[in-house]
Design a protein around this ligand. Structure first.
Ligand code: PGA
Length: 267
């Protein structure tokens, strides 16, 4: 067992009430990104208490830095290496992300966990790397449809969290983000109902709270999976839903703007 993480409780809590994160996945190019970011900047400057974060493919982080550095919009990556440095061809370290001004990093997205066989242990190592380098990890957890139908979603998500808790201790969740992303809702157009999301968010927060109340208070829990302008309001008004991780609709400036406005007005 590695040493438990102890530093982050001194760090300032995530200040925004809600957080909305654009996950561009493997979409975009320099020209399209420029147009989309220009629209984001124009549309999202009036938000009162909602933090916007854009997570783009690695080659575009310099573009995000250049275009967003004097705005309130933050940026980050969609993945990161579990090691700090070394002979790991094709990997990108936390320190490299910091070089390009990243403040956030998505970790353990199910599209990676399934397609690239990411284990819970790898994900736990990445989580620690992110924290040690001052990046805010956005940890994705969620169950498959089969697991939901079998009623074992709490067991599945509990296990995903336990790997991190066992290795690093529950305090590591302070000033971190967990995104509850039912796999059956990602990219399918079928979002979780507010009641389903609320139940899982409550389960996650209570699980951390039993081990470390302060960490649970300082943890943001987002919902991800087919959030769109129509369902955003109902989801964001739910207690315990601190915002969203948005895939498809983050690629359309108007849809994303409406989702961000829904988060801001839900406060
Ligand atoms: P979606 O993606 O909004 O396209 O469903 C969400 C996600 O993968 O985080």
């Amino acid at each position: 067992m590695s040493q438990h993480f102890t530093h982050q409780l001194a760090k300032k809590p995530l200040a925004a009430k809600k957080i909305v994160i654009a996950n561009w996945k493997m979409h975009g190019n320099l020209k399209q990104n420029q147009a989309l970011l220009t629209q984001y900047i124009a549309a999202l400057s009036d938000l009162k208490q909602t933090k916007i974060v854009v997570c783009a493919p690695y080659p575009y982080l310099a573009q995000l830095q250049q275009m967003l550095q004097h705005t309130d919009i933050a940026w980050g990556a969609q993945n990161m290496a579990k090691n700090a440095e070394g002979a790991y061809t094709g990997e990108v370290s936390a320190a490299m992300l910091k070089d390009f001004g990243c403040e956030y990093v998505i970790i353990g997205h199910s599209e990676r966990a399934t397609a690239y066989c990411e284990s819970d242990e790898n994900i736990a190592q990445k989580f620690l790397q992110a924290k040690q380098h001052g990046l805010t990890p956005i940890l994705c957890v969620g169950e498959t449809l089969i697991e939901r139908e079998a009623g074992v979603m709490e067991l599945v998500i509990g296990k995903q969290l336990d790997t991190i808790i066992d290795l690093h201790g529950a305090a590591i969740f302070a000033d971190s983000i967990i995104s509850y992303e039912p796999i059956w809702a990602i990219g399918t157009g079928l979002a979780a109902t507010p009641a389903q999301a609320q139940a899982m968010h409550k389960f996650i927060r209570n699980k951390i709270a039993r081990l470390n109340q302060e960490a649970a208070n300082r943890l943001k829990i987002l919902y991800g999976g087919s959030v769109n302008p129509q369902n955003a309001v109902q989801l964001f008004v739910v207690s315990n839903i601190d915002g969203g991780l948005i895939g498809k609709c983050s690629l359309e400036a108007q849809a994303f703007e409406k989702i961000c406005a829904a988060a801001d007005s839900a406060i």
